[in-house]
Design a protein around this ligand. Structure first.
Ligand SMILES: Nc1ncnc2c1ncn2[C@@H]1O[C@H](COP(=O)(O)OP(=O)(O)OP(=O)(O)O)[C@@H](O)[C@H]1O
Length: 268
């Protein structure tokens, strides 16, 4: 990662929403958040429900605009970039896949190139390439509808669709959250390999600290709208923050228990 030219940078970013019972109540969804990530980096964002993770992603591709602060992509303030153009440069993978139910898998994957006016024959070739890339079966899956696929297959389609316009940056909102642990693990590892192979820069939200530590280069911890920690697994383990300690406790205990169980079974 280059310290001098981050690919995505947040500087004192804040976003509040009207909420609560009283007319003037505001929820500080994102509160004075600053961080930068370099090209090729994989950042996981963890934190409890309502801590501001999704708001952070939505700010990064101008689905919403901040009340304060600056967000830059490749050094350019995104406030001055056309929002639709920006979104085409940044892939977005939704938790539920976010596929259009009435469209085939091929049509879902090809939607962005189609909106960009890419010729039909080029779209068809690109769709085939993307189906291969996310390890689906062209013959079996290309012309099916989303409800005819498993949850894991739908998420693979979601990843293919996000990559269709060849973005450098991919934002993922809990992409593997609704999957069984085996599928989740396989998809996480496959995506990590794609991230490296395509030279992507990824920001992925997850509720699972173990997944975050295993997949990401660095982990950002959000708590009540604030970024309370950001670092590698090793760096996080040294941070003196009770919330971070609590989040790291589960993977630590799991690793210890697993180690104990494995050493017991080998001595039997
Ligand atoms: N459009 C909105 N209008 C009003 N309040 C909102 C809006 N979007 C988010 N919020 C509030 O902002 C806070 C942060 O929400 P956000 O969705 O970013 O959290 P999150 O960490 O992604 O949560 P989860 O893990 O449950 O998805 C919450 O209190 C939420 O209710």
């Amino acid at each position: 990662m280059s310290e001098t030219s981050p690919l995505v940078a947040f500087s004192h970013v804040a976003k509040s929403f009207k909420g609560g019972c009283a007319r003037d109540d505001y929820v500080r969804a994102v509160d004075d958040v600053s961080f930068a990530i370099g090209a090729g980096e994989f950042l996981a964002v963890v934190g409890g429900s309502g801590s501001g993770k999704t708001t952070l992603l939505r700010l990064a591709n101008r689905l919403i605009d901040p009340d304060a602060g600056t967000i830059t992509v490749a050094g350019e303030d995104i406030a001055g970039i056309d929002a639709i153009g920006l979104r085409r440069r940044i892939g977005y993978v939704f938790q539920s896949g976010g596929l259009f139910p009435h469209m085939t898998i091929a049509a879902n994957i090809g939607i962005t190139p189609r909106l960009l006016g890419t010729p039909k024959s080029e779209i068809a070739a690109r769709v085939d390439e993307l189906i291969d890339l996310v390890q689906l079966d062209r013959a079996q899956h290309r012309d099916r509808f989303p409800h005819e696929l498993s949850g894991g297959q739908r998420q693979r389609v979601g990843v293919a669709r996000a990559l269709a316009a060849e973005p450098r940056i991919v934002l993922m909102d809990e992409p593997f959250g609704a999957l069984d642990p085996v599928t989740r693990d396989a998809l996480g590892n496959d995506y990590r390999a794609l991230h490296a192979r395509l030279g992507l820069t990824t920001i992925m939200i997850t509720h699972d600290m173990t997944e975050a530590l295993l997949l990401a280069d660095r982990v950002a911890v959000m708590h009540e709208g604030r970024l309370v920690a950001l670092g590698t697994a090793k760096e996080l383990s040294r941070i003196d923050n009770p919330y971070v300690g609590e989040l790291l406790g589960t993977p630590r205990r799991q690793a210890e228990r697993l180690q104990a169980a494995l050493s017991q079974s080998t001595t039997l």
